[in-house]
Design a protein around this ligand. Structure first.
Ligand SMILES: NC(=O)C1=CN([C@@H]2O[C@H](COP(=O)(O)OP(=O)(O)OC[C@H]3O[C@@H](n4cnc5c(N)ncnc54)[C@H](OP(=O)(O)O)[C@@H]3O)[C@@H](O)[C@H]2O)[C@@H](O)CC1
Ligand SMILES: Nc1ncnc2c1ncn2[C@@H]1O[C@H](COP(=O)(O)OP(=O)(O)O)[C@@H](O)[C@H]1O
Ligand SMILES: [K+]
Length: 529
């Protein structure tokens, strides 16, 4: 029989991994919460449990022993405010000097009770921000996932004042003022130093425009029964965060002992022009780091020896070129057609002169990654009708500008990137990777991965080319495996970011040029697998 404690450990590890992946909207969280309450959990007991965990975490982040003992607690009218009041009470009993700022006259019943009890303990409570003394840090319990209307008037200007103060702020669940799903600022919002997200990750915390408000985000698990999560989200949640574990699980490792280079994937890259020679090198170096068995790179003839000098192991195909140095015609080695490759990645540095080449690869029956000029040309050819003719898998990797050119009729990605990428994938049938600080990937069935960790060090010319090569190489190695394509795309996005993070740690955010990035791809996973 298995040792019960081992089963427990396994269970808790699985739970941790599961909750690290799941992402919910406010509506889903409300439905999950309703099931817990309907099953008999008293609302007050859940608040007590959750806020107790928040109070413990606050004590770790701001220990009394560091003389960080003066805390201001910002209390809103709903249960986010109730959580904050329980934290206030706990910190008061632990020896912190606590001041409550509670500007609302109408509070939910449970919140009002906690306020009354806190006052009965002698904790000072103020309605005006000016009365609040200078604190070491603040806890923001103004609004959580119940906020739907924009903040205006007095509360909006108070939040602006808090933001001007220098104290660190811990936001409970979500920085007050952010929309729980879109991450948009509803009037104004708290700029948090830390956000302690409760129970399950809220979608808004993973939207690009929320990042400057969220600070360092972490999840506080309060034992929501998995059955309740699954009842609301289904067996496989539609929106998930990429984790180290999910990413590493799709890597083509271990490599079988008996294999040969063509069994480990043959990627064809089509990239570069006389004007953009570097893009071809970076794409190929990204592909090299994927471990792909064979790498062929089609470039204009005049770039051939430049590529050979950087990638002696690759087969460089020099193609006839236009007067301005773009690929004129794809000349594959004798007896080879596009179907000979496991996958094709096309676009970086091509220029728009290469339209016939892009048309040719779209017509092929191979898994195809389109990036950069490959995407601009696709947009000119009309994205949806052109892709509808494809039988094979297509992966598009636009940044926001390319995305708008490709999908001018879908929702605005600036407003809600997740909805936009989901619509784009549904309309086009492609797997779409929308680049950004929090890159999002969708397939046509509405499954979404979000890359939750990255670095602005990657906001630099050429880093997208590296991703294209890496992704192409991983796809080429996965053709015979039963891994969903979007999972491999997610792995590429995660790996690319992890390399950026490692490089930035060692070299600062200024030291991560795209060539350096390619050299950090291997070290960023080598101790993991
Ligand atoms: N789910 C869980 O499992 C758990 C949830 N928990 C906690 O509950 C939180 C959700 O609580 P919640 O539903 O009470 O909503 P919350 O975010 O506090 O605010 C809504 C209040 O704001 C008001 N209001 C709205 N807009 C406004 C405006 N512009 N200006 C002024 N007022 C405005 C609105 O008033 P009304 O719309 O009625 O006028 C309402 O009173 C959640 O984030 C977490 O912290 C934990 O305790 C336990 C586990
Ligand atoms: N602020 C940021 N934080 C994290 N990653 C970023 C940020 N800005 C850009 N990136 C990443 O850098 C890459 C840039 O790609 P792209 O815009 O195509 O650049 P290029 O065409 O110059 O190669 C993408 O993978 C994107 O997700
Ligand atoms: K909050």
């Amino acid at each position: 029989m298995q040792n019960p404690s081992l089963i427990q450990i396994k269970h808790s590890q699985n739970r941790q991994e599961y909750t690290a992946q799941v992402v919910v909207t406010a509506g889903q969280m409300r439905d999950i919460e309703a099931r817990i309450f309907a099953a008999g959990m008293p609302v007050a007991a859940l608040m007590e449990k959750v806020a107790g965990l928040i109070a413990l975490r606050v004590q770790q982040l701001f220990p009394l022993s560091n003389n960080l003992c003066r805390v201001g607690i910002l209390v809103g009218p709903g249960h986010n405010g109730g959580d904050a009041l329980v934290v206030a009470r706990e910190l008061h009993f632990r020896g912190y000097a606590v001041w409550i700022y509670s500007p609302f006259s109408k509070l939910k019943e449970l919140t009002a009770q906690h306020l009354q009890y806190a006052q009965s303990l002698g904790i000072s409570c103020y309605e005006n921000i000016e009365q609040l003394p200078n604190c070491d840090f603040l806890i923001d319990g103004l609004f959580g996932f119940g906020l739907e209307r924009p903040l205006t008037d007095a509360i909006a200007s108070t939040i602006n004042q808090f933001n001007e103060w220098q104290q660190p702020i811990i936001s409970i669940d979500i920085p007050s003022g952010l929309h729980t799903d879109t991450g948009e600022v509803l009037g104004t919002a708290i700029r948090a130093t830390y956000t302690v997200c409760l129970g399950l990750w809220k979608l808004g915390l993973l939207q690009d425009h929320a990042l400057e408000y969220v600070g360092k985000a972490e999840l506080i698990d309060f034992d929501i029964p998995l059955a309740d999560i699954e009842a609301v989200l289904g067996n496989t949640p539609r929106i998930r965060r990429i984790t180290r574990k999910t990413a590493l699980s799709t890597l083509p490792l271990p490599r079988p002992a008996v294999t040969h280079k063509y069994k480990e994937g043959h990627l064809l890259l089509i990239c570069g022009s006389r004007r953009y020679a570097g893009g071809a090198i970076l794409t190929a170096l990204g592909a090299r780091a994927s471990g792909v068995g064979m790498l062929s790179v089609a470039v204009p003839e005049s770039l051939k020896y430049l590529l050979v000098s950087h990638l002696p192991e690759a087969l460089i195909i020099g193609c006839p070129e236009t007067e301005t140095g773009a690929i004129l015609e794809l000349t594959l080695p004798e007896n080879t057609n596009l179907s000979a490759f496991s996958a094709i990645a096309c676009g970086p540095g091509l220029t728009r002169e290469a339209t016939p080449i892009v048309q040719q690869v779209i017509e092929s029956d191979r898994t195809l990654v389109l990036d950069a000029d490959g995407l601009n040309i696709l947009a000119q050819l009309y994205t949806i009708p052109t892709l509808q003719k494809r039988q094979a898998i297509t992966v598009l990797t636009p940044h926001t500008g390319e995305f708008h050119r490709l999908f001018s009729n879908v929702s605005d990605a600036k407003h809600d990137r997740i909805t936009a990428v989901r619509e784009a994938a549904a309309q086009s049938g492609a797997v779409v990777l929308l680049k950004g600080a929090r890159t999002a990937i969708a397939n046509s069935q509405g499954n979404i991965w979000i890359n939750p960790e990255s670095t602005p060090a990657l906001a630099r010319g050429g880093s997208g080319d590296v991703l294209t090569g890496l992704l192409g190489g991983l796809l080429a190695q996965a053709t015979k495996k039963q891994i969903p394509i979007e999972d491999i795309v997610a792995t590429a996005a995660w790996w690319h970011s992890q390399a950026g993070i490692l490089a930035a740690q060692e070299r600062t955010a200024l030291g991560v040029d795209a060539h350096t990035l390619t050299q950090y791809l291997m070290p960023s996973v080598k101790y993991e697998v």
